[in-house]
Design a protein around this ligand. Structure first.
Ligand code: NDP
Length: 248
């Protein structure tokens, strides 16, 4: 028997990168998984993720939903719960990476980034509460840049991810009596389309870590799986940083 047998999970931004690794890992551990994507390219990638979920013998559902749109974010949770019949594990992972001089950040970019990273995390968790049973799990994917910023140009990004620490602390207090946990996982530099390990700026990121390395999306998924499984039962209201020591 696998750790998540019989569980149902919902992951935002599950078509690529860290989110796709989380979907695959939760399915490998026994969960049925619904996940969102937003783009046409994401729709293609979603087909591959669905094939892997099916190969693991689990049900997979791909939902097109824009986390920047409040109604769409809330609707995706309802669609996932309806398709799977329940929700035990909810992961808000969808994200973008705005960067550049702080003087150049537009109001539209500010609002969109906060909507995807912070507002959608709140709305996804809030909408899940009607479905999560006692012992349910809420996980947000943050960033090590929420905790320490080692280079310029990411003020908006780090601010938007820092909101997740407050979110999970509050949720832990709101939901603790129901045995529902809420945590944020802060990845460091992880090889994905957002942050390829062979890009020009990758070596500078490696040099910032204690271990001299990028991580793979599977490394982040492993921590999410632990939080979702029996071992995560009493971990709540906290941040777990998986960054090869970049913030050590
Ligand atoms: P990718 O760009 O590889 O994947 C992003 C995923 O989010 C895709 O599935 C994408 O869907 C989805 N997505 C983006 N915008 C939206 C939206 N508006 N609505 C719904 N889904 C959306 O990124 P990563 O896998 O690298 O990042 C995943 C998370 O991890 C993000 O929150 C990111 O901030 C965080 N992170 C990443 C780090 C890294 O080094 N890679 C480091 C620290 C944190 P689609 O395929 O349709 O575009």
């Amino acid at each position: 028997m696998s750790e998540l047998d019989g569980k149902a999970a919902f992951v935002t931004g599950g078509s690529r990168g860290i989110g796709a690794a989380i979907v695959r890992r939760l399915a490998a551990d026994g969960a049925d998984v619904a996940f969102t994507y937003v783009s046409d390219a994401g729709a293609e990638q979603a087909e591959k993720v669905l094939a892997d979920v099916a190969a693991a013998g689990r049900r997979g559902i791909a939902i097109r939903s824009d986390a920047a749109d409040a109604a769409s974010a809330v609707d995706a949770v309802a669609r996932a719960a309806e398709a799977l019949g329940r929700l035990d594990i909810v992961v808000h992972n969808a994200g973008v990476f705005p960067s550049g001089p702080v003087e150049d950040v537009t109001l539209a970019e500010l609002d969109r980034t906060l909507a995807i990273h912070a507002r959608a995390a709140f709305l996804t968790a809030q909408a899940s509460l009607a479905h999560l049973p006692d012992g349910g799990r809420i996980v947000a994917i943050g960033s090590s840049l929420a905790e320490r910023v080692a280079f310029p140009g990411v003020t908006l990004y780090s601010m938007s991810k820092a909101a997740l620490s407050g979110l999970v602390r509050g949720l832990a207090r709101d939901l603790g009596a129901r045995g529902i946990t809420a945590n944020v996982v802060h990845p460091g530099s992880t090889d994905t389309d957002m942050n390829p390990a062979n890009a020009d700026h990758a070596q500078a990121q490696r040099d910032l870590t204690a271990m001299g390395t990028f991580m793979n999306a599977d490394d982040i998924a492993a921590t999410v799986a632990h939080l979702a499984g029996p071992g995560g039962r009493y971990i709540t209201g906290t941040a777990i940083t998986v960054d090869a020591g970049a913030t050590a």
